[in-house]
Design a protein around this ligand. Structure first.
Ligand SMILES: NC(=O)c1ccc[n+]([C@@H]2O[C@H](COP(=O)([O-])OP(=O)(O)OC[C@H]3O[C@@H](n4cnc5c(N)ncnc54)[C@H](O)[C@@H]3O)[C@@H](O)[C@H]2O)c1
Length: 314
């Protein structure tokens, strides 16, 4: 089928593009390259089934593109992705994540699109009372980023009611893997990997006992690929492992994968940091036949190997 991927030059988007092409789909990526990189699409660019459109998702030309190309499915990943940036500039965050989503949905409408698959975030759960967070847990957006993601989720339901466009929302936990930038705050695996391979200092905050739910990027794009079908319509599924990993343990695992000493520095706990997070993936098995497949140590090994070969090629 024809699938349009917004944010297709980014970390997760480009991995999704590769997966969809491998599955035999025709794929168009839309990305303004503000955070993504053409280099992520080198393999995709060799395929006659692929095209990259360097374009802001808010550009009215997106409607013309969709009307002409008529994607059956739109996977919407383009976004302002930083919680901290959203706090510093909530207007910019809303422009990208709310206005941007309305623009993508309007394009999907003009393109006769059957379904939109959306990348939401566990940030929408705020400080959850129960961990792992169950599928149907209440939302509690505590940052402009969380509010804009939740607003985008609401727009999906609105466009379904208005124009009959089906949707699936995938609520992503902490995604890691090859192509993740070490510059982003979300990418602690990328930050540790980059620093440990370069021999620069690493720190863990507080007692290092803050936990996150790390999910490998190949597993996440498998969720998107499954959601592109007819299953999971109107649904909202957590894509995580349900397993909590502390910062300190993660550091040890990355150091082990890199074959270097496990000696992080210490820094005070950062104000506002969430103490713990993990999400229950069980409903995704029922909804879209998805379950996490990649053991953390295995995913970290492949991430470190990728980062090492990238450093060697610089
Ligand atoms: N990485 C994670 O752990 C994580 C967790 C939860 C949710 N998500 C969501 O997954 C999606 C992908 O995240 P990622 O980690 O791959 O980030 P990323 O920055 O690598 O990818 C985002 C892409 O969107 C593009 N983009 C941004 N604004 C745009 C605009 N106005 N027009 C066109 N393109 C634009 C960027 O250039 C970039 O290529 C985002 O929606 C993010 O909020 C990611």
């Amino acid at each position: 089928m024809r699938i349009l991927v917004t944010g297709g030059a980014g970390f997760i988007g480009s991995t999704l593009v590769d997966r969809l092409l491998a599955d035999g789909h025709e794929v168009a990526a839309v990305d303004d390259l503000s955070g993504g990189d053409r280099g992520n699409l080198v393999r995709a660019a060799e395929s006659p089934l692929f095209a990259l459109h360097v374009m802001d998702i808010r550009d009215p030309a997106l409607i013309g593109l969709a009307a002409e190309w008529r994607p059956e499915v739109v996977c919407h990943l383009a976004a302002q992705i930083s919680v901290r940036k959203s706090v510093a500039d909530p207007v910019h965050d809303a422009r990208l994540n709310v206005e941007g989503t309305a623009s993508v949905l309007q394009a999907a409408h003009h393109g006769g699109t059957r379904k939109v698959v959306f990348a939401s975030s566990v940030a929408v759960y705020g400080r959850p009372a129960v961990i792992p967070v169950p599928g149907g847990a209440a939302t509690d957006p505590r940052s402009p980023y969380a509010a804009s993601k939740l607003s985008a989720e609401t727009y999906l339901a609105t466009f379904k009611a208005l124009h009959g466009i089906d949707y699936t929302t995938l609520v992503l936990s902490n995604v890691y893997g090859p192509r993740q930038s070490p510059d982003g705050e979300a990418g602690v695996v990328a930050i540790f990997t980059d620093a440990l391979l370069n021999g620069t200092p690493t720190v863990v905050y507080g007692a290092g006992d803050q936990t996150r739910d790390y999910i490998f990027v190949d597993d996440v794009v498998d969720g998107f690929a499954r959601a592109c079908g007819t299953e999971g319509g109107g649904g909202r599924f957590n894509l995580g492992t349900g397993v909590q990993t502390t910062d300190r343990r993660l550091h040890s695992l990355v150091a082990e994968a890199a074959g270097v000493a496990d000696e992080p520095g210490e820094a005070p706990t950062r104000l506002g940091d969430l103490p713990a997070m993990a999400v229950d993936p069980a409903p995704a098995l029922e909804g879209i036949g998805w379950r996490p497949q990649t053991e953390l140590a295995v995913g970290l090994k492949s991430t470190v190997d990728w980062a090492r070969s990238r450093l060697a090629s610089l």
